[in-house]
Design a binder for this molecule. Sequence first.
Ligand code: THU
Length: 164
Amino acid sequence: MIKKNVSIHYYEIDSVDLLPKDEQELVRLARDMTNDAYAPYSVFYVGAAILLENGKMVKGSNQENGAYPSGLCAERVAAFAASANHPGVSMKKIAICARSNRLEVKNPVSPCGACRQVLLEYENLQKEPLKILLASENGKVIVIDKVDDLLPLSFSGNGLKRTS
Ligand code: THU
């Protein structure tokens, strides 16, 4: 038996102001999107904004439903909107931000497992990294170079494709 390690690196930045201008705007958009979230059940408001390779930005927010599992996270709302409305256009960066009425969201919120899986498939499809910016309410930002870093040893749908 061989023990193997997986390690990732990410960056922590104290202030949004230290990011390049396009990323600052993306984070601002994700933060604004928390105001449009439909989250009456969790009152946890998440916003996401995706920068496409053509410079357009696609927005998303979490959308809940009284039948709880029917709702969707902000990241997937944004990613599905991007793919549906701009098919074949690469997603360069995604910013994610959260706030709550109940508690202070001190640390940046990281995408759930299902969102990582969805984002990773788009990243693999486009063969270009999708950079992730996780922004907290106090301005701190975590930057991750690519989705693959967030989901090591991932499941790939490739094995499901027919070869003949
Ligand atoms: N949520 C997101 O939109 N993104 C995340 O990364 C984590 C969780 C949403 C789902 C649900 O509407 C609420 O936050 C509480 O889990």
